[in-house]
Write a protein that binds this ligand. Structure first.
Ligand SMILES: Cc1cc2nc3c(=O)[nH]c(=O)nc-3n(C[C@H](O)[C@H](O)[C@H](O)COP(=O)(O)OP(=O)(O)OC[C@H]3O[C@@H](n4cnc5c(N)ncnc54)[C@H](O)[C@@H]3O)c2cc1C
Ligand code: SF4
Length: 325
């Protein structure tokens, strides 16, 4: 591992506005430290955020504020998350292992990097790791790669389960930028690869995630998080679906569907969801939504199977949400 400078940030740094813009933030380290060991990321300077005061979960006027430094485990098992946002509880608990969830933080989960094998292998070309070097996955082994929103430069997926649930819930991300607070709607946090796949998200250097805000509506009555993977535990999603319904006498008052494992960001199309408001919920209707949500899907060989798989997963997740166990 390349030598680096280490600083631990404190409350005083927040008060004096001296958050460095040229350091890489370290939270739980479960992704960053691996990337540094493999030589994929070689920061000159690390700023440890572990002692900053963003380690609480608090009720707010609009819903619930999750501190960026709260662990994934403490978030999933928080009583309000379990009762009011069970979709988020289920998505987090489907991820990684108990040990990792005890260490991984909410902020780090949002900004964890893709699991594309070529990104981690510094002997292979990868536009995300080394812009302009090419993409080994497009014509390579791409079983875990994206089918929606891809570009010729990159077909990587975003690996997080938590983010798929947060996209469906339409959470907001609170960020500290040069001493000012800003709030980013969840669908504007991550980006599609386009011709700049090295950029995973729309944050600027030095932007610190402080909180994730959950809205009042938690869809606790009719929800499902369905994760399809090669192994039943300790594996990333091949495809995943976060589905939420609000119903009135069998008709849809609100519907949210976000997909994981299929794109560079959680995939959600508000305009498609809107078309189904007021309609009678049924598996046939969900089939039509699945077609529209995945319109334009393109496989790259080894991942062609994801196209029919994700459509079936959408119908199953929504059907399970309609008929809770
Ligand atoms: C073996 C293994 C299996 C896994 N399986 C799954 C899985 O199935 N599903 C899943 O969703 N995840 C999975 N994960 C990923 C895991 O959830 C992430 O590694 C973890 O959430 C990252 O959090 P962290 O606090 O350790 O982040 P770190 O590794 O410390 O940081 C990750 C990134 O976020 C940035 N960062 C951290 N905090 C902030 C902040 N507050 N503001 C701005 N930037 C910040 C860092 O600079 C870094 O770029 C797995 C990980 C491993 C190692
Ligand atoms: S898919 Fe993206 S991350 Fe993977 S090799 Fe291609 S450019 Fe790199």
């Amino acid at each position: 591992m390349k030598p680096f400078e280490y600083t631990r940030l404190s409350k005083d740094d927040l008060a004096t506005g001296t958050i460095p813009i040229d350091s890489t933030f370290l939270a739980g380290g479960t992704n960053l430290v691996d990337l540094m060991k493999y030589g994929v990321e070689e920061p000159n300077s690390i700023a440890d955020v572990g002692e900053l005061p963003y380690n609480q979960i608090e009720e707010s006027a609009s819903g619930l504020m999750l501190g960026a430094l709260v662990t994934n485990a403490d978030t999933a098992y928080h009583p309000t998350v379990k009762n009011k946002y069970p979709l988020l509880n289920k998505a987090i608990l489907s991820a990684a292992s108990a040990q990792l969830r005890n260490r991984a933080t909410n902020g780090g989960n949002l900004l964890q990097r893709t699991r594309c094998y070529y990104f981690y292998d510094t002997a292979m070309p990868c536009n995300k790791r080394e812009p302009g070097s090419g993409c080994a996955a497009v014509n390579g082994f791409n079983r875990i790669h994206a089918i929606l929103g891809t570009s010729a430069s990159c077909i990587a997926t975003h690996p997080s389960d938590m983010c798929v649930a947060l996209a469906a819930l339409e959470a907001k991300v609170h960020v500290l930028r040069k001493g000012d607070s800003l709030v980013i709607p969840f669908d504007q946090l991550h980006r599609l690869p386009g011709n700049q796949p090295e950029k995973d998200h729309n944050l600027l250097p030095g932007d610190l995630i402080t909180h994730i805000e959950l809205p009042e509506e938690g869809f606790s009555g009719n929800f499902e998080y369905l994760k399809i993977r090669d192994r039943e535990s300790y594996a990333f999603a091949l495809v995943s679906v976060a589905a939420c319904l609000k119903l009135s006498e069998g008709r849809i008052e609100d519907i949210r569907v976000a997909l994981g494992g299929v794109a560079h960001k959680p995939w959600k199309l508000k305009e498609v969801e809107q078309e189904y408001i007021g309609k009678a919920a049924s598996p046939e209707l969900f089939q039509s939504l699945a077609e529209k949500l995945t319109r334009g899907a393109q496989g790259f060989g080894t991942n062609d199977f994801k196209i029919p798989l994700v459509k079936r997963a959408i119908v199953r997740a929504l059907t399970n949400a309609l008929n809770p166990a």
